[in-house]
Design a protein around this ligand. Structure first.
Ligand SMILES: Cc1ncc(COP(=O)(O)O)c(C=O)c1O
Length: 457
């Protein structure tokens, strides 16, 4: 985990199709000063991505300044569900800028009113309060705070436990990081909170026992009881897979939460806004949470996040005490409204659902060719992953995943760097606007890159 991609220009075969164009060495030599400047001034932690200096991005494509065009399977990082910079979102941003209102803190604005109303209408029964923030981490951090405050109200200061999941991810602020379950695996996460614990995530691959008993055992092992738990924070699907929990597990968990006055939070920062072939990812489970955290695909562009929840949980603090400087920035709100309207009008959610079998089928085909090293593949809607392992084991193979991503990059298919606790997942997340033909072309490129990474032709 944590390898850098080389920034030395490399001569690669010419590519020219309807969806990809690579006509120069990559990165282009003229990009190198920018790449070097970033490496010099930014922290090392910012170096992980393929060395493409983005010049512009449109719908399913990302371009550099030098005539190269990538078919984008990153969406940045699962942000541009409605495609990169569609006309409706650009126009909404321009109109808002031209209206003269760029910032208004928590003072009322029509844009914020319209967006929160729209989000409340999309939320399940009973989750009708909406609080806007800027990043996904802020949304999950806020959910932890709300769950704890609610727990204290119900059961006193001993009811503050938060259950997250092993190998989960909820962002990089302190509480979000601890709930995200990397804490046990990453020595650089410090200040472990004794009341935040991570249950095994029932993905069926890394964690073979998918019964709900594993959840109860994790609480008990920490010396806690249900009356000590304030909230459960679960990615609707665990992003590093992507992996869904068994439906029965989640339904039992929802019942358990209700029974013990525990706030159930689904982190929909990745899963929301059509990504999985349903508008909300939790619709796959047939249960509704008490709090939904949103981000990324909410705007397909500018930074915006949201916490949606039940009134009794959201209305715990007095006026002026749960706010943020950039809450519902009007330009971001305008972008989000245009984005959500586009997703609904064009039924991009249905496109994701329709293309799922093609995506999964293509990945299974690669896996069936290399079953010893492609350990686990999953897809739901238009999010998928291919997890690499050392031959015949379950030992993650970051180098292989990295090599596949790099080879695809040279062929005009763009992924972000491999993800997962061990950097073992080649993650696939194209815009939901992708046509079937482009998806099929991308799958062929991925298959070819995998062949080559494994020493094939
Ligand atoms: C499921 C999930 N939650 C929260 C976050 C954090 O969002 P942000 O990076 O906007 O803080 C992410 C980001 O990748 C995410 O995938």
């Amino acid at each position: 985990m944590g390898k850098e991609f080389s920034i030395t220009p490399r001569q690669v075969p010419h590519v020219e199709t309807k969806y990809r164009r690579i006509a120069t060495p990559v990165p282009h030599p003229n990009s190198v000063p920018t790449l070097e400047k970033l490496r010099q001034i930014e922290p090392i932690s910012m170096r992980g991505q393929p060395p493409l200096v983005w010049d512009r991005a449109e719908d399913i494509f990302v371009y550099d300044k030098h005539g190269n065009k990538w078919l984008d399977w990153s969406c940045g990082v699962l942000v541009t569900n409605a495609g990169h910079g569609p006309a409706e979102i650009r126009q909404a941003i321009i109109d808002q800028v031209n209206s003269g209102l760029l910032h208004n803190y928590c003072f009322p604005s029509e844009e914020r009113a319209e967006l929160v109303e729209h989000l409340a209408n999309l939320a399940p029964e009973g989750l009708k309060k909406v609080f806007l923030l800027t990043t996904g981490s802020e949304a999950t951090e806020c959910a932890i705070k709300l769950a704890r405050a609610h727990g204290i109200k119900k059961g006193g200061k001993k009811k503050i436990g938060i259950v997250g999941y092993e190998r989960g991810f909820h962002g990089r602020t302190l509480g979000a990081q601890q709930a995200g379950g990397m804490a046990g695996q990453k020595s650089w996460i410090v200040n472990e909170d004794p009341a935040i614990l991570n249950a095994p995530f029932p993905d069926g691959y890394w964690q073979e026992d998918t019964s709900f008993d594993t959840f109860l055992a994790a609480i008990e092992q920490r010396g806690l009881k249900p009356e000590n738990i304030a909230g459960v924070l679960m990615e609707t699907y665990q992003g590093v897979g992507p992996d869904f929990a068994p439906v029965e597990y989640v339904q039992r968990m929802a019942e358990w939460c209700k029974q013990h006055d525990v706030v159930l939070v689904f982190d929909e920062v990745q899963a929301g806004f059509g990504r999985t072939g349903k508008f909300w990812g939790f619709e796959h489970y047939g249960v509704a949470p008490d709090i939904i955290c949103c981000g990324k695909g909410i705007s397909s562009s500018l930074p915006l996040s949201a916490v949606l929840g039940r009134e009794a949980i959201m209305d715990q603090f007095p006026p002026g005490s749960m706010t943020s400087t950039h809450t519902g920035n009007p330009v971001c709100c305008a972008a989000a409204l245009a984005n959500i309207k586009k997703i609904l009008k064009e039924n991009l959610t249905a496109n994701a659902a329709r293309l799922e079998p093609i995506l999964l089928g293509g990945l299974k085909k690669i896996q069936s060719k290399y079953p010893k090293v492609i350990g686990h593949v999953t897809a739901r809607g238009l999010v998928a992953g291919m997890q690499t392992v050392k031959p015949g084991t379950k030992e993650p193979d970051h180098d292989l995943a990295h090599s596949i991503v790099e080879r695809c990059f040279h062929k005009g298919l763009l992924f972000f760097c491999p993800v997962g606790s061990w950097g073992q997942t080649v993650k696939i997340s194209p815009p939901l606007t992708i046509p079937q033909e482009a998806l099929e072309e991308g799958l062929a490129v991925l298959a070819e890159a995998t062949d080559q990474a494994l020493g094939g032709p």
